[in-house]
Design a protein around this ligand. Structure first.
Ligand code: DGL
Length: 272
């Protein structure tokens, strides 16, 4: 096999990384992908850094065992707490989602006031705050964690009254602060986008990391001369640590077609 045909590995704690994969597929239709959703251990965002680092390492080891050429950490929580350790441990290009999202927000804001919502671990890490300040120190950042958004998205409850009440309660403190950009700092949150937009109002632009991350992957492949030039081979394979009907249904809807190649994988048994 031509080395450039090796797949790109993408992982998330569950379904959220599909919001990133969806954008990557638009920009890089020729590439082969292996997606790993750690659905048996979701959520990550309420767990300690130590646990998220351990999970992220086991996810990465599995994807590397599949011969990937590049790893995408399509999870803000794992990007916030584990990216450095993954880059230290594994010798392939690794792309996270925090810096791309921060970049997009800085390029979008006019008022210089940016809101960030994410899991408790992502918000506690201040990763977005640091990434934004690195690019533009004068921007004011207001952060709030929204832990219940992840189970709502995993359950497919994205546009009912429960989701709306939850969004109202979480997002109320962000009103009247003058923010004109809100970062959806969790890859699950784009699944609740229209609900969140209704609650914050249309004058606030919602920003997520997906498209910027896809562009960064494209740049990295070009720089490393590892783009797949073979347009006939594109394959997508899905591995889940727990296969549920809900995942299959939401994933199918989200990626616009049936998700066929789904396998269940036990990451505790590293013989795979
Ligand atoms: N989708 C992930 C994120 O971007 C993790 C959500 C979770 O497992 O808590 O943070």
């Amino acid at each position: 096999m031509d080395k450039n045909q090796r797949p790109i590995g993408v992982f998330d704690s569950g379904i959220g990384g599909l919001t990133v994969l969806g954008e990557i597929l638009k920009i890089l239709p020729n590439e082969n992908f292996i997606y790993l959703g750690d659905t048996a251990r979701v959520p990550y965002g309420t767990k300690s850094s130590k646990t998220v680092i351990a999970y992220s390492q086991s996810n990465s080891r599995f994807l590397l065992s599949k011969g990937i050429k590049l790893l995408v950490v399509a999870c803000n929580t794992a990007s916030a707490v584990a990216l450095q350790s993954l880059r230290w441990d594994f010798d392939i290009p690794i792309i996270g989602v925090i810096e791309p999202g921060a970049r997009r927000a800085v390029n979008t804001t006019n008022t210089g006031k940016v809101g960030v919502i994410g899991t408790p671990s992502t918000i506690k890490s201040n990763a977005y705050q640091k990434a934004i300040k690195n690019i533009s120190p004068e921007i004011k950042v207001f952060s709030i964690s929204c832990p219940l958004f992840v189970p709502l998205a995993e359950e497919g409850w994205t546009d009912d009254e429960i989701a709306e009440l939850t969004a109202e309660k979480y997002l109320d403190p962000l009103k009247n602060l003058g923010i004109d950009v809100l970062i959806l700092g969790c890859t699950h949150y784009p699944l609740l986008k229209s609900m969140i937009q209704n609650v914050v109002g249309k004058e606030v632009t919602l920003v997520d990391s997906a498209e910027e991350t896809a562009l960064e992957i494209q740049r990295t492949l070009i720089e490393n001369h590892t783009s797949n030039g073979n347009s006939t081979s594109a394959e997508r394979e899905f591995y889940l640590t727990d296969v549920s009907d809900t995942f299959v249904k939401i994933a199918g809807n989200f990626l616009g077609g049936n998700i066929e190649r789904i396998h269940q994988i036990d990451l505790n048994n590293e013989t795979y």
